[in-house]
Design a protein around this ligand. Structure first.
Ligand SMILES: [Zn+2]
Length: 393
C-alpha cells in the first residue's frame, strides 16, 4: 500500500476535494476506509436502501479487543455549495490561504473526521497498537438530507451484531471562540406543521356570501406567535415557534380566496414532545374554528427529531479534563443544546454521547473555511481524550 498521509490538515484537504453532496459519496468514504484499514481497523461498508429514500453508503470501522469502547461518529456528506461564482475559490478545491483551509464541508464536518483519524493514528503508534479496549468509527454518507439510511440504521446494525458502546463523540462543529469551549450535550427537537385553511370563495364585494380563508389563517398564526410557549430552562433555550411560509396564491384582488396555507416550524426543548405540540396546535385551531364556521383547518405534521438531553457524566468529565490539559483554559466548557438537530439523536439511546468539534462559524455558507491552527488544536484535544479514555488511572 502506498504511504498514507495522516496529517490532519492534508487529510482534511483530501476529504474536502471529494464533492460528496448528499447522497453522492464521491470517494470520501473510501479515503476514510483506506486510512483506517491501514491502521488495522476492521472496516465494514453498510449500504442501506429504503422505499422512502435514495440509497446511502455508510462505514463502520473498529479496532481493539475487550474493554471500554469509545466511538467517534460523523458524516462525510456535505450540503450543496450554492452559487459557485460567489466562492473565493472553487468549493471543492480545498485551497489554503492565509492560514485558512477553504471548502464546502471543511467545517461541517470533514476536518473533524480528519482530526479523529489523525489522533487515533498518533495514539496507536504511541501505544504500539496495545490498549485496553476498542475504538470505532460510525461514519454515514447522509446526515445533511433525509438521514433515513444513515446513522440510525448503522446503530440498529451494531445492536444486531452485538456491538455495544460506552461513549460516543460526535464531531459536529460545536466550539465557539476557542476550540473546546463548547460541548453539546443535547439538542432541541424540530417539528413542522403544514396548515391548510379552506373557506368559501367569493367576490370581495360580497363578503357575506364567502368565508375568507386568509382571515382565518392570519388569526390562527397571530395567536400561535402571540406569547412564548415557555421560558426555557437550565439546559435549553425557550421553545421557538417560527412561521416559515404563508401561501395564498390568489392572483386576483377582487376574489376572496378559498384556500390559505402556512408552514410553522417549531424548535422545542424538553418541556415538549412532538406529541404534546401536535395537541397544542389542535387546541389553537379549535380555539378559532368551531362547528358554526364555514371555514375548516386541517394539517399534516413532519416530526423528525425529539429533543434530548444527556446528563453530564463520565464522558463530559473526561472531555473537560482533556480540553483543559491541552488548552490550559481554566473555564469549564459550556454545555449547550442550541443549534439544529444532529445525528447524536440517533445515538443517545445506545450510549452516552456528546458533541465536540471545530469552531462553529461558516458551516453551510459561501466560503466555508477552517483555521489551520484550529485543526491542529482539535487534533491535540481528540488525542488527549483518547489517551485519557484508555489510561488505567
Ligand atoms: Zn454536520
Amino acid at each position: 500500500m502506498t504511504d498514507l498521509n495522516f496529517d490532519p490538515i492534508c487529510l482534511t484537504q483530501s476529504l474536502v476535494k471529494c464533492p460528496s453532496i448528499t447522497p453522492e459519496d464521491a470517494g470520501a468514504l473510501d479515503i476514510v476506509q483506506e486510512h483506517l484499514s491501514y491502521l488495522g481497523f476492521k472496516c465494514t461498508r453498510l449500504p442501506f436502501s429504503d422505499k422512502n429514500s435514495y440509497d446511502v453508503d455508510n462505514l463502520f470501522a473498529t479496532i481493539g479487543s475487550d474493554g471500554k469502547h469509545l466511538a467517534f461518529a460523523g458524516h462525510t456528506d456535505v450540503v450543496p455549495p450554492g452559487n459557485e461564482d460567489s466562492w473565493k475559490y472553487p468549493p471543492f478545491s480545498a485551497t489554503i490561504e492565509d492560514n485558512k483551509l477553504y471548502g464546502r464541508g471543511s467545517e461541517d464536518m470533514k476536518s473533524n473526521i480528519a482530526c479523529f483519524i489523525s489522533a487515533t493514528h498518533k495514539f496507536l503508534i504511541k501505544n504500539n497498537n496495545n490498549f485496553n479496549g476498542k475504538i470505532s468509527f460510525i461514519i454515514t454518507g447522509d446526515e445533511e438530507k433525509l438521514a433515513i439510511n444513515g446513522t440510525t440504521k448503522i446503530m440498529e446494525w451494531t445492536k444486531k451484531n452485538n456491538i455495544f458502546f460506552d461513549h460516543c463523540i460526535v464531531g459536529e462543529p460545536t466550539s465557539n471562540k476557542n476550540i473546546g469551549d463548547k460541548i453539546k450535550i443535547g439538542r432541541r427537537g424540530s417539528i413542522s406543521f403544514f396548515l391548510v385553511v379552506k373557506g368559501v370563495q367569493g367576490h370581495t364585494a360580497n363578503a357575506h356570501r364567502a368565508e375568507n380563508a386568509a382571515h382565518y389563517l392570519t388569526k390562527l398564526l397571530n395567536n400561535i406567535i402571540s406569547k412564548p410557549l415557555d421560558q426555557g430552562n437550565s439546559n435549553f433555550l425557550p421553545t421557538s415557534v417560527q412561521i416559515a411560509t404563508i401561501d395564498i396564491d390568489n392572483p386576483a384582488m377582487n376574489v376572496i380566496p378559498e384556500i390559505a396555507k402556512a408552514t410553522v416550524n417549531i424548535r422545542f426543548n424538553d418541556i415538549y414532545t412532538s406529541h404534546s405540540l401536535t395537541e397544542w396546535m389542535q387546541n389553537q385551531i379549535n380555539g378559532i374554528f368551531n362547528k358554526d364556521n364555514k371555514a375548516r383547518c386541517t394539517f399534516t405534521v413532519d416530526a423528525n427529531a425529539e429533543s434530548f438531553i444527556n446528563k453530564q457524566g463520565e464522558l463530559t468529565k473526561l472531555m473537560t479534563k482533556s480540553i483543559t490539559e491541552v488548552t490550559g483554559q481554566n473555564n469549564e466548557p459550556e454545555f449547550a443544546t442550541d443549534g439544529g438537530t444532529s445525528d447524536a439523536r440517533f445515538i443517545k439511546d445506545y450510549c452516552e454521547v456528546a458533541e465536540l468539534g471545530i469552531r462553529n462559524q461558516t458551516l453551510h455558507k459561501v466560503d466555508e473555511f477552517v483555521y489551520l491552527k484550529d485543526i491542529e488544536e482539535l487534533h491535540n484535544i481528540y488525542f488527549k481524550i483518547i489517551e485519557n479514555f484508555f489510561s488505567k488511572n
